[in-house]
Write a new protein. Structure first.
Length: 240
């Protein structure tokens, strides 16, 4: 027996182990993307179901995730002095701001109301003037949960009326208002204040997860096919 035979067997065993590990890794990655896709599909179904429900009074709850996208009605007094402009909001390819005004609820709580979008100006007038509402009001709209993670280009010191991100906890600390951790995207029916209220459905990224899932599975299949092809060639070489 040639001394190279054990080395050859060891090399083949090592290659087989590497191929098996790669296939397992690719399949695991594909399964993760599959699970994320199914989770996003469930979230989209929840949005569609929530949109079908009639508006209800803003609930007293700690489980706001269960109320995501539900349409609600809230009564309270505007706190126009704490109105904010949320920067870098794009609509139809145009940069602008979302105008967010706190509403002090009749039950002692407070909630941020996203009143809509307005285009940014140019130069020194980039931040457009928007009149803040006042007095008692009843607001209807859908509940959204602002993202817990976001990119911040510079530290928000809580001063001024322009913010990079819509963070209820941070705004509560700066304003002293007992804000709920949610935002109401206001319905626009019957309101003429120059703001655009068009709330598109979120991009759940379902197709992206599906594409990545098939990509990882394809890598697993190609690795398995390549290893099978090499094994077949070795078997034919021995029998030849």
């Amino acid at each position: 027996m040639s001394r190279d035979a054990p080395r050859g067997r060891f090399a083949r065993a090592l290659a087989a182990a590497a191929a098996a590990a790669a296939i397992a890794l690719f399949v695991a990655a594909g399964n993760w993307q599959r699970d994320r896709m199914h989770a996003k599909e469930t979230e989209r179904s929840a949005l569609e179901a929530a949109a079908a429900h009639p508006p209800v009074p803003l609930p007293a709850t700690d489980d706001w995730k269960a109320w995501r996208y539900r349409r609600v009605v809230a009564a309270g007094t505007w706190r126009g002095g704490a109105q904010l402009m949320i920067d870098n909001r794009v609509l139809d390819g145009r940069a602008g701001f979302h105008v967010v005004t706190p509403l002090a609820l009749d039950d002692g709580r407070a909630v941020l109301v996203d009143r809509g979008w307005i285009a940014a100006g140019a130069g020194a007038g980039r931040v457009p003037p928007v009149a803040a509402p006042s007095g008692h009001a009843t607001v209807s709209g859908r509940i959204v949960l602002p993202p817990a993670r976001y990119i911040e280009w510079k530290e928000d010191d809580g001063r001024g009326d322009v913010r990079q991100n819509l963070d209820p906890a941070r705004i509560a600390r700066a304003s002293g208002l007992p804000l709920l951790p949610v935002v109401i995207e206001q319905d626009g029916a019957g309101i003429d204040d120059g703001l655009t209220r068009r709330w598109p459905a979120p991009d759940f990224g379902i197709q992206t997860h599906a594409s990545y899932m098939f990509q990882w599975y394809a890598f697993a299949a190609l690795t398995a096919a390549a290893w099978a092809g090499l094994a077949w060639r070795r078997l034919r070489g021995r029998s030849g």
